[in-house]
Write a protein of this length. Structure first.
Length: 149
């Protein structure tokens, strides 16, 4: 069982590409030596740009992670589904469902503490509620500190 969290950079792709800040947290539960179930939540804030107001996004996610242990460095890939609550950006609040894929590497600093770099792509393809818009996407890069239990 591992818990990681950290700050990051978010890039959103809607009518225009904009950058902002992100925070990400993950809970991993080992299923086998390589596979883990993943429960996560990410939040991002994209500042106003021109006529577009600031955008806030909160997205819980559920997925799987596969890792390859190479001494103290553990490269991994993950995939899952994500539910997004998007507010601002010149539109009314909206909720979207989509998929996410990610990759990264985790360094086992000690037996109980890790540092990892994670890149993730979220594509919110299905409108559940709110304004009609093109399917937004977000790319995040985060640096996590983690605790292994």
């Amino acid at each position: 069982m591992t818990v990681t969290a950290g700050p990051g950079l978010a890039l959103t792709f809607q009518s225009e590409t904009r950058a902002g800040a992100a925070a990400d947290a993950r809970f991993l539960y080992g299923l086998t030596d390589s596979w883990s179930a993943r429960l996560g939540v990410q939040a991002s804030w994209i500042p106003a740009s021109g006529a577009t107001s600031a955008t806030r996004l909160v997205a819980p996610a559920l997925g799987l992670t596969v890792a390859a242990d190479v001494l103290n460095l553990v490269p991994f890939a993950e995939a899952g589904i994500v539910l997004a609550d998007i507010r601002g950006g010149g539109l009314a609040a909206r909720q979207r469902l989509g998929g996410q894929v990610g990759a990264g590497a985790e360094y086992l600093a000690t037996r109980h503490f890790t540092v990892l770099l994670l890149g993730r792509l979220d594509y919110f393809a299905i409108r559940l509620a709110g304004a009609r818009e093109s399917s937004p996407a977000e790319v995040t890069f985060a640096l996590h500190l983690g605790r292994v239990f």
